[in-house]
Design a protein around this ligand. Structure first.
Ligand SMILES: [Zn+2]
Length: 276
């Protein structure tokens, strides 16, 4: 944990203590900081603005009701993500029971298209749009792990806690999901890199492990040596690096006016309540 992360966590923990003691301003500050993030996660998980707003709202209400259950050994954001993920699951199960109103998830237009996107679009910064569409095309289990780790930037330990799995299980799912994401993006961009030869290592997984700090020094050196001599693998590595770089850009999506209104209504209701 960096000094900044540690300072943020200390501040969060102090706000949480005050919130549990009934300080509504502290609770408002925590929600103001984290609900937009949770809404963004819900929006990408369920791909429906109204449902995402409901999930953000239900998550705030659940958090309010269970403040006393918050043990403080996870960060507030991890706890709120866990609550939101549970509401996303419920919303998905509800949607599954309403097939006439909710179509099953499928690839979005950008990814489903067989036409490669013209290079000029990519050059003008539309990689983010392609990555957004590729995220939507991922299996929900793969999508949530990439959203938590690569889009929202949760530490691996926190992302594992949200998903209720071990850190090694999280990492294993993450490496697979990143490779799937890159495949979708590559399909959409018409990125035709020379296929790997039988002698080529799995550079996407190795690069993903390297990002997680899990690649041993000798394996890291072997990867670098291979990349220096194999243009196809070097291009594969560059493409996953660009895709994951674009993921971090998706973290800055602004709060919609509708969510802001919902959020303000809940906070106004909170201020009127006699006790938290
Ligand atoms: Zn190679």
């Amino acid at each position: 944990m960096t000094e900044k992360d540690s300072a943020v966590r200390d501040m969060e923990s102090s706000l949480m203590q005050r919130a549990r003691a009934g300080d509504k301003d502290a609770l408002s500050r925590l929600f103001a900081e984290h609900v937009p993030t949770v809404h963004r996660f819900a929006m990408r998980m369920c791909r429906d603005e109204e449902r995402a707003r409901d999930i953000a709202q239900e998550s705030m209400l659940t958090a309010l009701k269970s403040l006393d259950a918050f043990r403080g050994d996870a960060s507030f954001s991890t706890w709120l993500f866990t609550i939101a993920r549970s509401h996303c699951g419920k919303a998905r199960r509800r949607a599954d029971r309403e097939p006439l109103h909710d179509q099953p998830e499928g690839p979005s237009d950008a990814v489903a298209s067989s036409e490669p996107l013209p290079d000029v679009q990519v050059a003008h910064g539309q990689v983010s749009d392609v990555v957004e569409a590729a995220l939507a095309a991922l299996d929900p289990g793969d999508r949530e792990v990439v959203l938590l780790r690569d889009v929202e930037g949760l530490p691996a330990r926190d992302a594992a806690e949200v998903l209720g799995i071990s850190v090694p299980a999280l990492k294993s799912r993450l490496h697979r999901a990143r490779a799937a994401l890159r495949d979708h993006v590559r399909g959409a961009l018409g990125d035709h890199v020379e296929p790997p030869s039988p002698a080529c290592p799995d550079v996407i997984s190795a690069f993903s492990e390297k990002l997680e700090g899990d690649l041993a020094d000798n394996a890291c050196a072997a990867l670098e040596a291979h990349l220096a001599s194999c243009p196809g693998c070097a291009a594969r590595c560059e493409s996953i690096r660009r895709v994951l770089g674009a993921c971090t850009m998706l973290r800055t999506q602004p709060v919609t006016p509708e969510l802001r209104r919902t959020f303000e209504q809940i906070l106004a209701g909170l201020q009127r309540r006699p006790g938290v």
